[in-house]
Unconditional design. Structure first.
Length: 133
């Protein structure tokens, strides 16, 4: 069973359509994905898993975000993140040549192997998770 086939049975954490409308992430080309855990010490510091990339929409007026999905059973576990993109009728008219995609999630695991970014059942990218201390 391939990694892509294994991801097909794992559904997003929330019903995206009920909140944002129909996910149209396939209309985006993405690149430059990075992932890291900010484990910097300090008072009240809490580790966070950061995921960033760049999106190139096909046309104007888009809302884009990343949503935390489940973790895999790999060792160390891989974190699945869903790319969510919907048309935004109230958004700016000008098309964005490069739309930054950025999210930070609480780092709930002691260690991550990779972040797997997907669009529905389609694998977009897999990136190793770095730890910044």
């Amino acid at each position: 069973q391939s990694e892509i086939d294994a991801l097909k049975g794992i559904t997003p954490a929330r019903d995206v359509a009920a909140v944002w409308g129909r996910n149209q992430c396939s209309r985006f080309r993405t690149d430059g994905w990075q992932a890291w855990v900010n484990a910097m010490p300090g008072p009240d510091a809490r580790p966070a898993l950061h995921v960033t990339g760049s999106g190139y929409p096909k046309g104007p007026r888009w809302k884009v975000r990343l949503e935390l999905g489940p973790v895999t059973k790999a060792s160390p576990p891989d974190q699945i993140v869903d790319l969510i993109a919907v048309r935004d009728a109230d958004g700016q008219l000008a098309a964005s040549v490069n739309q930054p995609i950025d999210a930070a999630f609480p780092a709930t695991l002691p260690e991550y192997g990779k972040v797997i970014i997907r669009c529905g059942d389609k694998l977009i990218a897999q990136v190793d998770v770095q730890v910044v201390q």
